[in-house]
Design a protein around this ligand. Structure first.
Ligand code: ZN
Length: 86
């Protein structure tokens, strides 16, 4: 199986999980969407287990959550499982 390239560049200092999730809260995940890996942080659930996607959270370089001061080096991810929802 060939992995699909991530749709969103990972913010500086972070990376995407190499394993493509298949479902998120019961909905098929678009190819190229992965779970963000943040050093020292664990997501509460996997995308398949995630029940409520809710409102995404913007993660900037080195795993900092931000609401302002965007530079283009951010990704919007699910607050429960870290799936790319940019
Ligand atoms: Zn989720």
């Amino acid at each position: 199986m060939t992995a699909v390239a991530p749709l969103t560049p990972a913010p500086t200092g972070l990376s995407w999980s190499p394993e493509p999730p298949t479902t998120h809260a019961g909905i098929a995940v678009d190819p190229g969407r992965y779970v963000l890996r943040i050093p020292g942080h664990s997501w509460e659930v996997t995308p398949a287990e995630c029940a409520d996607p809710g409102t995404g959270v913007w993660i900037a370089a080195r795993g900092r959550a931000i609401t302002a001061g965007f530079t283009g080096d951010e990704a919007l991810v699910c607050p429960g499982c870290g799936l790319d929802v940019t």
